[in-house]
Design a protein around this ligand. Structure first.
Ligand code: NAP
Length: 300
């Protein structure tokens, strides 16, 4: 009989809190990282019922967890329980990563960094001087819009079903840029399904979908309006990774566009969280090899 010696009294504890967590693929990534780096650690999904976040955080701290990820619906509320919050998480108003050190809780947001790294590697392009169209104005859009603007995009247009949310986000992006010394307004908003949105979509070099439209189980829907036809020179990035091929990406490929799903973003936001917890940079040869395997696993 085989004895499982992987978990010991000194195993570093990490995990994911959220509700639901049944669908998560993050344990595959983090436990593979522990394994390949020879670190005695474990990552477990922890479902936290509504109203129990404070108790859960207290419990993880008391139990000696090294850190944890935070997913829906707690990415904003978690900030209330942090001793310190990174500039990025403060700016975005959300955290997806918590590190516990010397009895203190530190909040970070690694989503935008993960997206930028994945986008750069998978499309071979940067945002510098590009006209970017962001579909959606929810939590993910917020993280990405600010980062894309800071990466030097010429213009970020936010198209959303609820126009007020798109306007709020565009205003927030312009405010952040103003603080960094830029005097020009570069973020704009438009309601989806309108002639204005159609005109913006036609003039964008990069289209990023941050809405949940097309996500499993609604795999037949696309966030693009019916009267818009993609052009082959446009790059389409969908943050959704389940399914690996959304209707948006299938349509984009059929039109000859470069089309990438959100699996790379998921990988790199997780890698960054792991590096924060373990206080180490994962060597490039390991991250490249693991990302190939992880992306294959998500495609399957
Ligand atoms: P969220 O805050 O709830 O925002 C959802 C957005 O989608 C809003 O802009 C909403 O528009 C729009 N939307 C939802 N249903 C719609 C519909 N039927 N028609 C038109 N617009 C609709 O969600 P989130 O946290 O940003 O997550 C969005 C997506 O990103 C999810 O699919 C999630 O899985 C994915 N994600 C991926 C990664 C990754 O690592 N790849 C990381 C984070 C999130 P309204 O404002 O009008 O409601």
């Amino acid at each position: 009989m085989h004895l499982d010696m992987r978990v010991t009294g000194t195993t570093k504890l990490t995990g994911l809190i959220g509700n639901p967590v049944e669908h998560t693929v993050s344990p595959v990534l983090h436990n593979s990282l522990f394994n390949v780096l020879g670190i005695n650690g474990i990552y477990v999904p922890l479902k936290v019922p509504a109203g129990s976040l404070k108790d859960a955080v207290k419990g993880l701290k008391a139990a000696g967890f090294t850190g944890f990820n935070v997913t829906l619906p707690y990415k904003e509320e978690i900030l209330e329980y942090m001793d310190e919050v990174s500039e990025e998480a403060k700016l975005l108003g959300t955290a997806n990563t918590v590190k516990i050190a010397d009895g203190r809780l530190y909040g970070f947001n690694t989503d935008a960094d993960g997206f930028i790294r994945a986008f750069r590697e998978q499309t071979g392009t940067s945002f510098e001087q590009k006209q970017v169209c962001l579909l959606g104005a929810g939590g993910t859009a917020k993280a990405l819009a600010v980062k894309i603007a800071m990466e030097g995009a010429a213009k970020v247009s936010i198209i959303n079903r609820t126009e007020t949310k798109a306007i709020e986000l565009a205003t927030a992006v312009n405010k952040v840029l103003e603080k960094t010394g830029s005097s020009e307004k570069m973020a704009f908003a438009a309601p989806s399904g309108t002639a204005e949105a159609l005109q913006i979509l036609s003039s964008c070099g990069i289209i990023v979908n941050t809405t949940s439209v097309g996500m499993h189980p609604d795999t037949v829907s696309t966030p693009l309006q019916q009267d818009f036809v993609l052009q082959s020179k446009q790059i389409v990035y969908d943050v959704i990774y389940n399914p690996a091929q959304t209707k948006l990406l299938t349509d984009a490929k059929a039109r000859g566009c470069k089309a990438v799903n959100g699996a790379g973003m998921l990988f790199y936001q997780g890698l960054k969280a792991f590096e924060i917890w373990m206080d180490k940079t994962v060597p490039e040869e390991i991250s490249v090899g693991l990302s190939t395997e992880f992306l294959k696993y998500l495609e399957a």
